[in-house]
Design a protein around this ligand. Sequence first.
Ligand code: DQA
Length: 153
Amino acid sequence: MDQQPAATSQVLVLHGPNLNLLGTREPEVYGHQTLAGINQALTELAAARQAALHIRQSNHEGVLIDTLHEMRGQVQGLLINPGAFTHYSYALRDAIAATGLPAVEVHLSNIYAREPFRQHSVLAPVCVGQISGFGWRSYILGLNALLDIIQNS
Ligand code: DQA
């Protein structure tokens, strides 16, 4: 029998507020890697794993929500670093839940080792899981986990 080529998995990657400043933003907390560098590493991983990424960054809650609405029928999973929205955006939480997509929440810093207000995620309950504290590698770990879920389901 002929082997069918593996279908390409479509993944939405969302970066929330202030992540456009990575590289210069509090490098002692978030590292020296830029957002462009992270996106490049993710794109290379995706290519090696038969996946295509749709990558967006916004500093605006409504734009992130609109993007989720727009992309929900076009992707099979969501990788998200919600930035500070992690800690208080019920609107973003509802939007993730509304997509019905498997979502992986990632953070560069270990949010549980930081200020009390960062130690709670209102989004985590609507995500499959969360990866926090591995710097830019959190994204790599998160994408691998998400693709394991999407491609084995
Ligand atoms: C962050 C952690 C958040 O508390 C913070 O507001 C961010 C970045 C992280 O990746 O470590 O903007 O999501």
